[in-house]
Design a protein around this ligand. Structure first.
Ligand code: IMP
Length: 194
């Protein structure tokens, strides 16, 4: 069976492929299309944004589509940057800058709890829709640390690792990540509905 990933992000597509191909699914993505497709993420939650993209593709091409939306929620900052994680302080602003700004905003905050959240939407051409959510709990670190990962990983302190997610091997992060946790739920669902 074919599943279309409504994303052009190579890192995400690889992660989906690694988990879905062994189950016999053939994976294609926005990168395999001849046309450029821009889908506006104007939802109010991770779930809504993931659904908007997968629903659009499932309808337009009559195929099964998957899409994800993810981001960082910091409790002391009213759950910012949240669904605006990619756009926070400007889409093209470097994460060195974004992470430093967050550390400044967190300077006097006692509560440093935060989490990465990932919502994966699965949409069928007949209109059936499902969303699977995964998260990982951490705290905002006191300094930027670690060369690996991407985005907010260098300021995401993960207690079980006693360091930031950017300071461990990516394969180690990928076993506990929000995306992994959501993917596991998606896989359970696909297995049961086979
Ligand atoms: P998306 O591609 O629309 O899901 O945007 C996700 C944004 O959330 C990314 O651009 C990062 O800023 C942030 N983010 C999501 N997952 C991670 C992660 O695993 N590590 C670091 N930052 C992440």
């Amino acid at each position: 069976m074919n599943i279309f990933i409504a994303s052009a992000n190579k890192h995400k597509i690889e992660e989906f492929k690694e988990m879905l191909e062994p189950l016999g699914y053939e994976i294609s993505s926005l990168n395999d299309l001849d046309e450029d497709i821009e889908i506006e993420e104007n939802g109010h939650s991770f779930e809504e944004n993931a659904l908007i993209k997968a629903r659009y593709i499932a309808k337009k091409f009559g195929i099964i589509a998957i899409s994800d939306d993810s981001g960082l929620e910091i409790d002391a900052l009213n759950k910012q940057p949240g669904i605006y994680s990619a756009r926070f302080l400007g889409h093209d602003t470097s994460y060195d800058y974004k992470n430093l700004e967050i550390l400044k905003m967190m300077k006097d905050k006692k509560d440093r709890t935060c989490r990465f959240i990932c919502a994966i939407a699965l949409c069928y051409p007949d209109g059936k829709e499902y969303v699977f959510t995964g998260s990982i709990e951490g705290t905002v670190a006191y300094a930027i640390e670690g060369p690996n990962g991407f985005g907010y990983d260098p300021i995401f302190y993960y207690e079980p690792f006693k360091t930031t997610l950017a300071n461990v091997d990516p394969s180690k992060k990928n076993q506990v990540s929000h995306r992994h946790n959501a993917l596991v739920k998606l896989l359970e669902f696909l297995n049961e509905s086979k």
